[in-house]
Design a protein around this ligand. Sequence first.
Ligand SMILES: [Cu+2]
Length: 110
Amino acid sequence: MPSTSSLKRSLVGVALAALLAPAGYLATADAATTKTIKLKGVQFSPRSLSIRKGDRVTFRWAGGTHNLIGPRANVAPKSSGTKTVKFTAKGTYKYVCTLHNDMTTTVKVK
Ligand SMILES: [Cu+2]
């Protein structure tokens, strides 16, 4: 018959294993992720971003008024909200805001 303290330790171990299992699964499943590009001031942040095929990018209006022109995005000028694009093919994708000079960002899908 195990002592109360070792029984408690065993239960803690089982609980920890249950908590860690899902995280381990996600880490090894190579799941698609979503990254964010902000539209703020007079630029995109970051100005270039590398992702993997199947990932998503959420463009987030975070300050100022901007439009968004690029592959699978044609958003009229606005000052808040988001636009999410899923990238299903490798390549280099350029996005611009035509309201601000030289406001561009590039998404590289590997
Ligand atoms: Cu802009």
